[in-house]
Design a protein around this ligand. Sequence first.
Ligand SMILES: NCc1[nH]cc(CCC(=O)O)c1CC(=O)O
Length: 311
Amino acid sequence: MQPIRIGTRGSKLALFQAHHIADLLQAQGLQTEIVTITTKGDKILDVAISKIGSKGVFTEELEEQLASGEVDIAVHSAKDMPSSLPEGFELISFTKREKVNDIILSHREDVFYKDPEKPLLLGTSSTRRVATLKHYYPHVKTVEVRGNLQTRIQKMESGACDALLLAYAGAHRMGYDDLIRHELSLDEFTPAVGQGSIAVEANDRLDPALRKQIVAATHHTETGYRLRAERSFLKILEGGCSIPVFCLATYKSGQVEVSGGVVSLDGKERIQHHVSGPADEAEMVGKQLAEKVIQSGGDRILKAIKQQLNK
Ligand SMILES: NCc1[nH]cc(CCC(=O)O)c1CC(=O)O
């Protein structure tokens, strides 16, 4: 039998994630081969992602290869995946989720974000993180630091910022646990949809029997319920990765509890609600949450954000 060809971006984090999927497949006796692809998002480094604008800057090229059969599956951070995929594509599995928190990472041990007396310049490129800081910790200054994790750390080392605000999952996968100074609360820094999970994407042309084997080897059921609820929330709010919406679902005894909302770019307004319901109706639960957020003022906030970002 031919090995399963796994398409991935070439960053260290992407390769780590692709190898993780390969390990899970190999543990079930399946053979694998990793195929590295450079995407538009990897090439354009000097423009903020929120300004490149097009959805799927990191995914288009991988999808071309899936559609042509060049690769059998593509591996992504679930967080980077748009809420709607092009016709014929699907996220067929989600791996067991890592800790979902955002963290502050620095070589320095004396980085404080809660004390207005202690100045801190944080590097980040996420509108959600910047807006959330403006809401809870307006004294913290931010600077846009882009690129893969290694590049961002280099920029911090050369003085671009005191510390970086990142996802725990990425920092941990890259082995930077020693530099984690603070783990941020999930109530304040509610993560982006999908943060901490790895997604496997496939095209309709994937052989159904092979698809079944891949799902059995890589999918984590609880994470799947959580991600389905969160992604359904995202779909209603039309949040691309540049829109500061946040959502976290938890799972307990057949139920999902979903908490999420939106924060205005200036941090002045933040709306958050909770909804729970049966896990096998996770999509409906996420949708109900989105409707609650929209009705309680989220609609107005989202409109303003889209206008500001399109300027
Ligand atoms: N936005 C880029 C991105 N996409 C996935 C991760 C980390 C891994 C994950 O959240 O699963 C990161 C880096 C970050 O947000 O710090």
